[in-house]
Design a protein around this ligand. Structure first.
Ligand code: DX5
Ligand code: ZN
Length: 213
């Protein structure tokens, strides 16, 4: 299981130190939540803050867009050379076109599904994706309760992936901890995002390792 700590729960007054601590603690990716105050009822960070994050990072960035104007934000973050950019299927009129654009910039494209959105909504996009992110909370905030129906949804998505693109990874975001990690692994999850669980632990390295099962 790959682990991507979400810096939404980090101490933003000591961001470079926090980034170093999760990288030294053995994380696989650094999950960056970008919110525009329109698609979700919260706002976070833009390139002015993510740029020093990228400089302090020794692990690749995984940028999760929760925005209405995806193309604008893809162009804004592309110079930081993230490993992944994910966008919500619910906010994009032309997902196929945007996937090609992200790939043309040398970045791996991923699509995010909100808790109510079925895997069948991306059946004809899976072949072009490197990862699908299933939200296990409603997007916008850290520290929310895990929505357990995502387990069944993961199994359904896994079937589609096996049929259409076995290389595509499944990522889960929201309410992940050492209690539900085994169930997620058994359902076929490849990557977990964890914010409050990692940054709420005194020992980041121990928290990260407890999810790398
Ligand atoms: C929510 C974000 C998540 C969030 C996860 O919109 O996408 O990445 O930071 O936080 P936890 O792990 O605390 O649920
Ligand atoms: Zn996220």
């Amino acid at each position: 299981m790959l682990v991507a700590p979400s810096i939404l729960s980090a101490d933003f007054g000591n961001l470079a130190k926090e980034i170093k601590a999760i990288c030294d603690g053995g994380c696989d990716l650094i999950h960056v939540d970008v919110m525009d105050g329109h698609f979700v009822p919260n706002m976070t960070i833009g390139p002015v803050v993510v740029n020093p994050v990228a400089k302090a990072a020794t692990k690749p960035l995984d940028i999760h867009l929760m925005v209405e104007n995806n193309t604008f934000f893809v162009e804004l973050f592309a110079p930081l050379k993230p490993e992944y950019i994910s966008f919500h299927i619910e906010s994009e009129k032309h997902p196929h076109r945007l996937i090609q654009k992200i790939r043309s910039l040398g970045i791996k494209p991923a699509i995010v599904l909100n808790p109510h959105t079925p895997p069948s909504s991306i059946e004809y996009l899976i072949e072009d994706l490197d990862m699908v992110l299933l939200m296990s909370v409603n997007p916008g905030f850290g520290g929310q309760k895990f929505i357990s129906s995502v387990i069944e949804k993961t199994k359904e998505l896994k079937k589609l992936i096996n049929k259409r693109n076995p290389n595509c990874l499944i990522q889960i975001d929201g309410g992940v901890n050492d209690k539900n990690i085994h169930e997620l692994k058994d359902a076929g999850v490849d990557v977990v995002v964890a914010g409050s669980y990692v940054f709420g632990n005194d020992d980041y390295s121990k928290a990260i390792k407890s999810l790398q099962i």
